[in-house]
Design a protein around this ligand. Sequence first.
Ligand code: IMP
Ligand code: MG
Length: 173
Amino acid sequence: MVVGKPFLTVEQIQRRVNELAGSISADYEGKNLLAVGILKGAFIFYSDLVRAIQTPLSVDFLIASSYLKDNSTGQVRIHYDIREEVADRDVLLVEDIVDTGVTLNYLRERILMQGPKSLRICTFLDKKERREVDVPIDYIGYEIPNEFVVGYGLDYDNRFRNLPYISVFKKRT
Ligand code: IMP
Ligand code: MG
């Protein structure tokens, strides 16, 4: 297994996270923002993002899994659910990467049933060409081609999450 050179560098990541946080700060001025990080993958992006957002917010998390190694199972399991009140809040779901869209679509519909005032989605990476389920995304860090990537919170088999940059992952055959 090989993890190569950066596909997105630390500097590129930092710059884009700050831009996203700027847009979010402007859009949520005076609102009741609840930022929900989807674990585990979003943990690093989430913590960088919320620290760069200038408007008051509350934090919560959701642990979901839909992936086995590098193949989507198409099944979403919730291991930890949001504990904050969602009704009447301006909820922002923060995800690491959108691939088929199955995970986010499932989570989005689940949260909408709890009656938030608004619900938006922010993802650091978007593999648009892999989309199977159409899910509206409001903030996108980078659109990337159909490659399996690791680092900056993203994993292969729960490894490589601590790489400070994003790298393309290739299995040695
Ligand atoms: P989806 O339900 O197919 O959109 O899958 C989304 C989830 O799959 C993400 O939250 C990631 O956990 C995982 N995933 C998708 N693509 C990658 C990748 O390239 N690297 C690491 N994890 C990925
Ligand atoms: Mg994830």
